[in-house]
Design a binder for this molecule. Structure first.
Ligand code: GUN
Length: 291
């Protein structure tokens, strides 16, 4: 048996088409969706991600601004910029690219973003809403993972879902989303004993460890849906996920490739959250969106 390959690029493209229609409608009503992206320092990978986000905005009919601050910026300078963006009525979404330089505590920066503009869904208020089962902005990668799982046609209710990795940005929120969808969720992490014992039970396996090829074929249940969030670089400079892709192809029911699986979804969901935020802003102004 060979697993179905979940084509994140194609799914993201379809969603981006839908967002574009919603952006066009907003623009026609005089509300031009706007995203501000803040980058501190010159990490090359972050610069690529930010460039891709800006380009995707342009294609979706979303106005975007990039705010690049020097790598030695202090907290006060970053918070002053966020305050300015919070107060700017033309900006509906604020994203601070992570990771931040060591002198900046990410929690202090994220908490300063208005929860109503937190399109990354990482503000404690938004994470709390997600925990309470009333999400306002869902973090982009976890939201994208749920969209990928939708395309498998699997009924998640009652399935065993295992998430490997407990980050605030992926592991914890995706575990909550799977729980909300009715799966029985196990959240594994670096201290988990006998990881394979858990992963082998998983009907849905989400791998977000950030360790190349850490999940071998023998750790995968036959027929499982395997979502590989990892983006690692091999010694030869090739991108590779957290899963042994060849082994997963032979064993899983579904598998996401790296690149071209989860990655494109993160950007698509960011655009979706920005449009959602602009629609909420329009509704608060009394603008009728349904026609
Ligand atoms: N760095 C890597 N992924 C992300 C993301 O989803 N959001 C932000 N802000 N930074 C990231």
């Amino acid at each position: 048996m060979s697993a179905h390959i979940i084509d994140g690029k194609q799914i993201a493209q379809r969603l981006r088409g839908e967002w574009k229609q919603r952006a066009d409608r907003l623009n026609a009503l005089g509300v031009s969706p706007g995203l501000a992206v803040v980058i501190v320092g010159d990490d090359p990978a972050s610069q690529v991600y930010v460039r891709n986000k800006i380009k995707a905005c342009r294609e979706a009919g979303i106005r975007s601004e990039e705010h690049a601050l020097p790598g030695d910026s202090g907290l006060a300078a970053v918070l002053a910029l966020i305050d300015r963006l919070n107060a700017d009525a033309g900006i509906h979404g604020i994203l601070v690219q992570l990771p931040l330089p060591a002198q900046l505590a990410p929690a202090a920066v994220i908490e300063r973003i208005s929860p109503d503009k937190d399109v990354d869904g990482l503000h404690p208020r938004n994470l709390g809403s997600l925990l309470a089962g009333q999400p306002r902005f869902v973090p982009c990668t976890p939201a994208g993972i749920m969209e990928l799982l939708k395309t498998t046609g699997l009924e998640l209710r009652g399935l065993e879902a295992v998430v490997v990795g407990r980050s605030n940005i992926v592991g914890k929120p995706v575990a909550l989303l799977l729980l909300q969808a009715g799966a029985t969720v196990t959240l594994c992490h670096s201290q988990t004993r006998e990881l394979a014992h858990h992963t082998r039970r998983a009907d849905v396996l989400v791998c977000a460890l950030g360790k190349a090829q850490a999940i071998g074929g023998e750790m995968i249940k036959a027929g499982a849906a395997v979502i590989d969030v990892g983006i690692n670089r091999t010694a030869e400079g090739k991108l590779t996920g957290d899963v042994d892709y060849g082994a997963a192809l032979a064993r899983a029911g579904w598998i996401t490739p790296v690149p071209g699986g989860v990655g494109p979804m993160t950007i698509a969901m960011l655009l979706g959250n920005t449009i959602l935020s602009a629609e909420r802003h329009a509704a608060a102004l009394g603008i009728q969106l349904d026609s």
